[in-house]
Design a protein around this ligand. Structure first.
Ligand code: TXA
Ligand code: MG
Length: 354
């Protein structure tokens, strides 16, 4: 047998899904904790997207995350703590940032905000891809936080998709991405935010701290302005910078080619191709809906055009359009305010050529 088939066999295993209705929530948490303490990985719900978790201090377990996701080892993982006070277990907060870190984590933790800080020496290099910084957050999902608390150790957990693919916002989507590669998925229902956490880096300055948004997400630049001077979001063209080595231009990609129409850009269809439209409101009078004979139309925020709804449905609809046998997905632009920044960031990366 060649090395390829060996590798294939090694990856095959039975993937179990455990649901979490009120009665069996405790046993689901227990099953997850058991597997994590054995040094294996489990897919868990968070408020943003599903994560693939391992005990952060167990480098062999963390290696299984990279293996199951086929993630290159230069792309560092996010570490999840159970409560704010545990930050000191994984990061060292520089004195000059203590005040702003306290304010910002009090305001948004638990929640969809990730802070990049100097790493604690106990965090294995594999977690941070050799960087001297670590990305930390505290999830508000009650199943996720019950698992972290019962395990008594922080969890390294990137999104539970294969590398470069669409992030999963349901247990069924995790199954499609990682079946046969991981032993267990805890089904906590659909995620409530739908896009990944906002990642920020803070530097001290004379007047106000400077907050750099490394990845836009549910905590928007508008609200972060209350805590410091917010720097312009890095565009994907400098995404290869050491600041955010994993934020590659091409990401969140469906298998079907995707065109994101930037503002005022015209759609020029090729004859004989089946096009699907990812519309903002889906209404006939607005956008591109009635300007072409689409094979399929999906609306991010049906009728009302609300950004939180658009963020919530984004990955779910990308997945749906990807499964619709289209030649191409066309996405309408949405305005880049509030959560619109995160949605457009994900769409640009989905459209980027690999
Ligand atoms: O909402 C989320 O953040 C989800 C859930 C599961 O918590 N997690 C997530 O992880 O999106 P992942 O691995 O898909 O994305 C993590 C991003 C990567 O793009 C990586 O480059 C960045 O975080 N990152 C991790 N450590 C970093 C560091 N030390 N400095 C800069 N960026 C870092
Ligand atoms: Mg990801």
């Amino acid at each position: 047998m060649g090395p390829l088939s060996n590798n294939f066999l090694k990856l095959r295993m039975q993937t179990e899904i455990i649901s979490t209705d009120d009665e069996n929530q405790k046993s689901a948490v227990k099953a997850a904790v058991e597997i994590l303490s054995k040094g294996d990985v489990v897919a868990l719900p968070t408020e943003t997207v599903y994560g693939l978790a391992a005990n952060v201090f167990d480098a062999a377990a963390v290696a299984k995350i990279y293996e199951a996701k086929e993630r290159p080892s230069f792309d560092p993982l996010i570490v999840h703590i159970g409560k704010r006070e545990d930050l000191a277990k994984v990061a060292i907060v520089p004195e000059e940032l203590a005040e702003v870190v306290e304010k910002i984590t009090k305001a948004y933790w638990p929640g969809p905000l990730t802070l990049v800080l100097p790493k604690h020496p106990d965090v294995p290099d594999l977690v941070t891809s050799g960087l001297q910084t670590v990305a930390v957050r505290c999830s508000s999902n009650k199943i996720f936080s019950a698992v972290v608390r019962e395990l008594g150790k922080p969890l390294a957990a990137p999104s539970a998709n294969r590398f470069g693919r669409i992030s999963p916002t349901s247990a069924a989507a995790v199954m499609k991405e990682l079946e046969g590669r991981i032993p267990l998925i805890i089904d906590g229902g659909a995620c409530s935010e739908g896009v990944e956490s906002t990642i920020i880096h803070i530097t001290a300055a004379e007047k106000r701290p400077v907050i750099t948004i490394l990845r836009p997400g549910p905590i928007t630049k508008e609200v972060l302005r209350n805590f410091g001077k917010v720097e312009k979001i890095k565009s994907s063209s400098n995404a290869g910078s050491p600041q955010a080595p994993g934020m590659l231009a091409s990401h969140y990609a469906p298998r079907t080619p995707l065109i994101l129409l930037e503002k005022d850009q015209e759609f020029r269809p090729e004859a004989g191709k089946r096009y699907g439209l990812l519309s903002y409101t889906g209404e006939a009078g607005s956008g591109l809906v009635s300007r072409y004979d689409w094979a399929q139309v999906e609306a991010l925020s049906p009728g009302s055009g609300k950004l939180p709804e658009a963020a919530l449905r984004l990955f779910f609809l990308l997945r749906k359009l990807d499964e619709a046998n289209l030649d191409c997905i066309v996405a309408e632009p949405i305005s880049e305010v509030g959560l619109g920044v995160a949605v457009m960031d994900r769409l640009r990366r989905a459209a980027a050529q690999k």
